[in-house]
Unconditional design. Structure first.
Length: 121
């Protein structure tokens, strides 16, 4: 699994490439927790290149989502392939984690959650 970090319209975008299995799920969780400790609170995870996610990987997402909820942040996951989407559906993770069909939809959702600048309408 590889994680590429970039910016999407002012929001932190993490593009995940490969399988999220019992080994790489710890790497994903540690990356997300490190970003949280650095003050990041708004994330998009692009899963367009994720071909598999294990229960450990799902657990890592749940941990990150809980931490972001506590910190009044927001996590959006987008572009799931059919296999990964089916896993999310089976465990009903899409009831707990914000899942979007496209990066643009995820970006719009996260942008709406960003804190407003003082004086902005």
């Amino acid at each position: 699994m590889n994680i590429t970090r970039s910016n999407y319209n002012g929001v932190l975008l993490l593009c995940i490439d490969g399988s999220i299995d019992s080994v790489s799920s710890d790497e994903l969780k540690n990356n997300l927790l490190k970003l949280l400790s650095e003050g990041e609170k708004f994330f998009i995870l692009d899963f367009s290149r994720v071909n598999y996610i294990s229960s450990s990987g799902l657990g890592s997402l749940v941990v990150a989502a809980k931490m972001l909820t506590i910190r009044k942040g927001f996590l959006a996951v987008c572009s799931l392939n059919d296999h990964v989407k089916k896993v999310f559906d089976i465990v009903r993770l899409d009831n707990f984690i914000n899942v979007y069909e496209t990066l643009q939809e995820a970006g719009n959702a996260v942008t709406q959650k960003l804190p407003k600048e003082p004086g902005a309408k």
